[in-house]
Design a protein around this ligand. Structure first.
Ligand SMILES: [Ca+2]
Length: 295
């Protein structure tokens, strides 16, 4: 026989595909986990007994004293209000014909894991229109959500990380549109944070109102990698093909295919079993090559 016999094997078992699947599965195990959720469904109260300062429980409002005090209230499906993002209730801070600035913060510390990436979000919706009695003119009203250590009580504190502003300005395009606002990430040094909502109205429009709902605090959780699952058993009846090509001087002499049915073979085709089969086929190829060489 001239030249060398060069058998190739192709085995339709892909352990690397299994490894990839395990890696992807591990990645899905790590991710953002909700550690605090308040849909503002638990009830409202009058802050300091003032019936025009109706706030969700466990929340408090402060306002810029240079501008008028806004009115705070609940929005309820049961009262025929449509300004609810999810569930039955949302909250609003508003004032007609006036500029204002208000901040609402959560009064009870939100428990988080110290040292973990943390972010907060709300759903926000603004109604702001009517300049000089012209309802087609947009107001100038914006909202944002913030996250701070639980010890922060000053709304101007640099320890608060704020989202971008969402606003109605120059155009009514954003008016009455619920929008999800999300803070940048904060890494709390201790296990307690505070959520903030801010609303500024910079034009004394006929109405300026900032609505919000669904306060969420999330943390990025990296779990220790779980033990890899056992390799999936080969289902009965699944066919695996081991293909051997014998090439001599670039010319294919033999192209033999062997099919192994797991059920028929009585084995689960683990990589080890496949290796045994390959060895067996190799042995036969060698014997064949020797016969050809000897002939
Ligand atoms: Ca709600």
């Amino acid at each position: 026989m001239k030249g060398e016999a060069r058998p190739y094997t192709t085995v339709k078992l892909k352990p690397d595909a299994v490894a990839r699947a395990i890696t992807e599965w591990r990645n899905t195990m790590a991710g953002w986990e909700t550690v605090h959720y308040d849909g503002l469904e638990d009830g409202f109260y009058d802050q300091d007994g003032v019936d025009e300062l109706t706030l969700p429980l466990k929340h408090r409002m402060i306002w810029d004293p240079v501008r008028p005090c806004p009115e705070m209230d609940s929005k309820r499906i049961s009262a025929g209000h449509s300004e609810v993002y999810r569930g039955q209730c949302s909250a609003v801070g508003f004032l007609p014909y006036a500029k204002f600035r208000w901040w609402v913060y959560t009064t009870e510390p939100i428990a988080v894991a110290a040292g973990a990436r943390t972010r907060a979000s709300i759903a926000a919706m603004i109604v702001a229109h009517g300049i000089g009695g012209d309802a087609s003119k947009a107001g100038d009203c914006g909202m944002r959500v913030g996250l701070s250590p639980a010890t922060t009580t000053d709304p101007e504190s640099p320890t608060i990380v704020w989202s971008d502003w969402w606003g109605v300005r120059d155009t009514l395009e954003n008016e009455r549109v619920w929008h999800l606002l999300e803070t940048p990430e904060l890494i709390p040094q201790v296990g307690q944070v505070r959520l903030w909502v801010q609303c500024n109205a910079d034009v004394a429009a006929d109405i300026s109102a900032g609505h919000w709902d669904e306060e969420i605090v999330e943390q990025y959780v990296e779990e220790s990698p779980p033990p890899p699952p056992p390799p999936p058993p080969t289902p009965d009846g699944e066919v695996h093909t081991i293909r051997v090509i014998l090439e001599v001087d670039g010319q294919t002499w033999i192209e033999a295919g062997e099919e192994f049915t797991a059920k028929a073979a009585g084995v689960t085709l683990t990589p080890v079993a496949a290796s045994t089969l390959i060895t067996d086929v190799w042995r036969r190829v060698r014997a064949l090559a020797q016969r050809i060489g000897g002939g």
